[in-house]
Design a protein around this ligand. Structure first.
Ligand code: PHB
Length: 390
């Protein structure tokens, strides 16, 4: 049996960032991860980083490479049935976003974690949470065939949508809200020059598309696909052909194709479980909420959650007050719901919905028309995209 102050379940960006935010406050913590480090790094996620998230990475010393290699984007483009429009984040909000892959953030946080000397246990199997309503909750797990136990003051569930933390909360203590979208995103990563200096979000009768990037030589593209599609039905050549059909003529001319480095299909989901606390267990990131990727809010929400949680834990260990811990769920959920709304809205604005009537489609086009003709409407998109205050 080992003892720590905070046991963190999950070594994705949420768990690793929380671990280092606590480390900076001198709070002992152990991170348990079911997978290997290599597996965690193999998960490709979005790559738009809000300034608030950058600030948290700065504070734990994990942002040097982000500042050196990340691309600062002052705006993004929206293409509607072949005509491109620009949303100028800088002019509308005074702020910008940084394009830098979540995989790279995880890699940077892993390095800082290793340097800090705090414990991270990879391949921790059969993790289970016990005595959550006592003063000393226990985490049990198995490592290399041996049973292990950690006694702690608090547990942070940062283990994603499918994992054990949320499931440790009795069903009648949790309210869940969910929307499943009737399509998926087929994503492709390639070692090719991006089609544009800025991201292009594409609304097209054939379906949504997104031109994103990881660097000046590495592109990330997505196309809306059917949930029934399998990856085998999408050889690279079919992906590039379908993407080209959805782009405006300028983008189509600039499109450089090449072999995929990674290709995967992701379903789109909106989900919130509340409250984000059960006695001594606190949920953060995907363990408590999922957003569809449109707008790239997932990582940034995980960052604001662990920012609030680390501040609340620091207050408790400094002063003995549980005020921050008692208001954590409410505080985090306020920002979560605003990002849920924005991600749902961006998704609704840009995708082809199979069950839409002609009325629904005309309203979608009117919404886009309003976005491009009203500074107020563009500002509403921009201030959400660059990130609401932490
Ligand atoms: C990505 O680069 O993977 C990405 C960017 C913006 C999004 C979603 C995904 O809205």
């Amino acid at each position: 049996m080992t003892r720590t102050q905070v046991a963190i379940i999950g070594a994705g960006p949420a768990g690793l960032l929380l671990g280092q935010l606590l480390d900076k406050q001198g709070i002992d913590n152990v991170i348990l991860e079911r997978q290997t480090g290599a597996y965690v790094l193999g998960r490709i996620r979005a790559g738009i980083i809000e300034q608030g998230t950058v600030g948290l990475l700065d504070s734990v010393g994990a942002s040097a490479r982000l500042h050196a290699e990340g691309l600062v984007h002052d705006g993004a483009q929206v293409s509607v049935d072949g005509t491109r429009h620009r949303i100028d984040f800088r002019a509308l909000t005074g702020r910008a976003v940084t394009v830098y892959g979540q995989t790279e953030i995880t890699r940077d946080l892993m390095k800082v974690r290793a340097d800090s000397g705090r414990a991270t246990v990879y391949e921790a199997r059969d993790v289970s949470l016990h005595d959550l309503d006592s003063a000393t909750p226990i985490v049990r797990y198995e490592k290399d065939g041996a049973r292990q136990e950690i006694a702690c003051d608090y547990i942070a569930g940062c283990d994603g949508f499918h994992a054990v933390s949320r499931q440790a909360i009795p069903l009648n203590k949790l309210t869940t809200h969910e929307r499943i979208y009737p399509f998926g995103w087929l994503g492709l990563l390639s070692e090719t020059k991006p089609v544009s200096d800025e991201l292009i979000y594409v609304r097209h009768e054939r379906g949504f598309a997104l031109c994103s990037m990881r660097s000046p030589t590495r592109s990330r593209y997505y196309i809306q696909c059917s949930l029934a599609d399998s990856i085998d039905a999408w050889p690279d050549s079919r992906f590039w052909d379908e993407l080209a059909l959805r782009l405006d003529s300028d983008a189509r001319r600039n499109l450089v194709t090449g072999p995929s480095i990674e290709k995967s299909i992701a379903p789109l989901r909106s989900f919130v479980a509340e409250p984000m606390r059960y006695h001594r267990l606190f949920l953060a990131g995907d363990a408590a909420h999922i957003v569809p990727p449109t707008g790239a809010k997932g990582l940034n929400l995980a960052a604001s959650d662990v920012g609030y949680l680390s501040a609340a834990l620091a207050e408790f260990y400094r002063t003995g007050s549980t005020r921050g811990l008692d208001t954590y769920s409410e505080r985090a959920l306020r920002r979560v719901w605003l990002a849920e709304r924005f991600s749902w809205w961006m998704t609704s604005l840009l995708h082809h919905f199979p069950d839409h009537s002609s009325f629904d489609r005309r309203v979608q086009l009117a919404e886009l028309e309003y976005l491009f003709s009203s500074r107020a409407a563009a500002t509403a998109l921009a201030e959400n995209y660059v990130g609401l205050p932490f």
